[in-house]
Design a protein around this ligand. Structure first.
Ligand code: ADP
Length: 255
């Protein structure tokens, strides 16, 4: 029995098609039309998997663009979907830290992947993927290159909390000749401090799992571990946690 989770994020649309034994997945830019992105990514995934649309029993939409998806059977908040997906990817998780394109969230989950409490920052780009995208642009590199740049660099302190001012600060640091690695390390530290501050309000959970596209940046992960003083696990499919959770919630509805 196939079910589908479609996570239409501000930056990336993720679709997961799964049954008891197999999983297919796809990630595409959301672009200007969340509805079109969701529809096209779904069609593409069906074509790749060889699964016919009639074989899909249930489609759950999540993410900021979920309401635009007119063919989904149900829409579910990304908080619930991320909690469920993280629980599937890493059994025993007690705190999920998700950093996506335009928001960051900290979710406390119970032993079965249900949400106990959460804090979300979706008001400010600092502490999100957007912050790193702006900074990568200022540094003349791609966002997926940042993680590997920082290995042993001493972080330079980024004083501005605001993304716009922090970007000016980065431009100024480059002009002073500060090495890029130190600046990037400072940027990772800045994001990690912000998010670790949110996490601290949830107590001291035993098992922390980091999801969302920004979890693919190992520099942010290491900085989070330093700030939290605890190990942080990153599942291979970290960016798909919301879509996987949505597909599993869909499975619950029909089984
Ligand atoms: P959303 O659901 O809001 O669209 P995602 O969880 O899909 O966000 O994450 C998107 C963000 O992930 C991008 O803004 C980008 O900063 C970051 N990202 C995506 N791929 C990578 C990568 N390979 N390395 C580092 N960061 C990445």
């Amino acid at each position: 029995m196939w079910t589908v989770g479609i996570d239409i994020g501000s930056v990336a649309t993720k679709v997961v098609l799964l049954n008891q034994t197999e999983m297919y997945r796809i990630v595409c830019p959301t672009g200007w039309s969340p509805r079109q992105a969701g529809r096209e990514a779904y069609q593409e995934l069906l074509a790749r998997s060889g699964c016919a649309a009639e074989e899909v029993r249930y489609v759950v939409a999540t993410g900021y663009g979920r309401v635009s998806l007119d063919f989904a059977d149900r829409s579910v908040t990304e908080i619930s979907c991320h909690a469920r997906g993280a629980h599937y990817l890493s059994a025993g998780v007690s705190l999920v830290i998700d950093i996506g394109g335009q928001d960051s969230k900290v979710i406390r989950v119970d032993g079965s992947g249900r949400v106990e409490d959460f804090i979300m920052n979706d008001k400010c780009a600092a502490g999100t993927g957007r912050f790193l995208q702006v900074m990568a642009n200022a540094l003349g590199c791609e966002v997926d290159e940042l993680g590997a740049m920082t290995e042993d660099a001493e972080p330079v302190k980024i004083n501005s909390m605001c993304t716009v001012f922090a970007e000016s600060e980065v431009v100024g640091l480059l002009a002073e000749g500060v090495p890029k690695e130190r600046i990037v390390q400072g940027l990772h530290q800045s994001i990690a401090r912000r998010v670790a501050g949110m996490a601290a309000r949830m107590g001291k959970p035993p098992k922390v799992v980091f999801t969302g596209g920004v979890a693919r940046n190992e520099g942010v992960c290491r900085a989070l571990e330093r700030e939290m003083g605890a190990p942080v696990e990153v599942p291979d499919l970290c960016q798909y946690a919301g879509a996987i959770g949505a597909a599993l919630i869909g499975r619950d509805r029909v089984s």
